[in-house]
Write a protein that binds this ligand. Sequence first.
Ligand code: MSP
Length: 508
Amino acid sequence: MRFYVTTPIYYVNGEPHLGHAYTTIATDVLARYHRQKGDDVFFLTGVDEHGNKVAQAAAERGLTPRQHVDQLAPRFRDLAQQLNASNDFFIRTTDPEHEAFVQQFVERMKANGDVEKRTYGGLYCTACEGFWYERDLAADGTCPDHGIKPVWLEEENYYFLLSKYQDRLSEFFRARPDFVKPRSRYNEALSFIEQGLDDISISRSSIAWGVPVPWDEEQTIYVWVDALINYVSALTYARPGEDLLARYWPAQLHVMAKDILKFHAVIWPALLMSAGYDVPEAELIHGYLIMGGEKMSKTRGNVLDPFAVMEQYGIDPLRYYLMREVTLGQDGTIGMDGFESRYNSELANELGNLVSRSISMIGKYRDGQVPAEGSLPLADVAAAGEAMVAAAAARYDAVEVTAAIECVWEFVRRLNRLVEEEAPWKLAKDEAQAARLDAVLHALAAGLRLIAVTLHPVIPATAEEILRRLGQPCAASDLLLEKAQWQGLNAAAVVAGPPLFPRIEAGA
Ligand code: MSP
């Protein structure tokens, strides 16, 4: 199976923030999970560098757009790296190969009779880089996403005859009820289509910072058209000499928040149809990270710096917190209090403690050697472990990462209860209980191995550290889901280490 998955390409109008991190992490979790299934994965992320929004940000800093993007694009690349995102490529829309491909793409649309020059006027929100219909604005006439008033913009532009695609889009949606997830977003996109589609401007004469229209150098291509095409263009040059387009297009999944649903679910399929490419299989639309009651956004200024959180607590706690707290598809309120409380109760007390007590007991009672299961295997714990793997996989398959984590955590708690109930420190005092003690210690190690493999997509570095401490191999082939069987534990020596998640003390 192929799995080509993408994040949006982020505007480089400011520093990356936690909202960007959230999408990148969620997408990375899915990419990593599909690798564990043995799928042929390609994971793309990157930055959107053209358009007015970026040009304005550059001007505010007294820089040329080129200087500005060259400074900021690496910050986004660093963010992906520091989040431990396993992206296979990082696209910049200023890559010359992308720019050339965008020109070819719009040439194909034109050759198909879908591009015309006309005077276009509309209410334009620079923060969205998009036009709004009056009917979709808030009651006070502001953009519902940014709370600012769009301005009337009128120019002679090339525009795309989107209205021609109304019927094809409706039919496409009817035939593909899983195209947009969750269902509420699918309905929203479909009703948008069925309200009637206007033709859209796809070039600008007033914005110089962009890809020139190939047949008219006076105009640049509308930043959203330029940006959407990245999902295809990247495949034409990410691996010189390899035909990734044939291998990976159409994409299996585009991941994004609901702010850019319309561009992806309505305009993008029509652009692809016009240029003669297949439409992606699915789009996952998640909600917003909310802070202080409002969507976290650069334009609103209420952003949390992911670099600061990672520096203080590490990457995996941040990945865990966001995936555990904010269910994909719903909005979620986040903040440092919530982070610290989940960190302490779930990561430090439940998972971290389970790892350290298991390893220290194997050290103390069995000279650091994971015992064989022996003559009294704990069949119910083994069955619960394997059931956990299957249940979590089903949740990952359904793109329900929070629910997958909950499946794992139930089993983490099960193993902690096992320790309390069996009290290995008592069993160790009684030679007659030696087989029971072997079985309990074996179950802890075998169970932790399944937990590590199943959590690997979410907290990869920690999962690998758990395997290392259990003396288990953790190459990609060892992390395959098919290896997540109770019996797969290697006889090995454990390695003690410092707490995986040192507790955050109040006031720290
Ligand atoms: N450049 C366009 C996307 C072009 S894709 C062909 C753009 N960029 S953006 O920088 O504004 O990024 C928007 C995306 O960032 C959202 O769709 C979402 O993935 C992520 N998020 C930004 N703020 C967020 C929250 N507060 N909460 C959740 N996701 C957030 O739009």
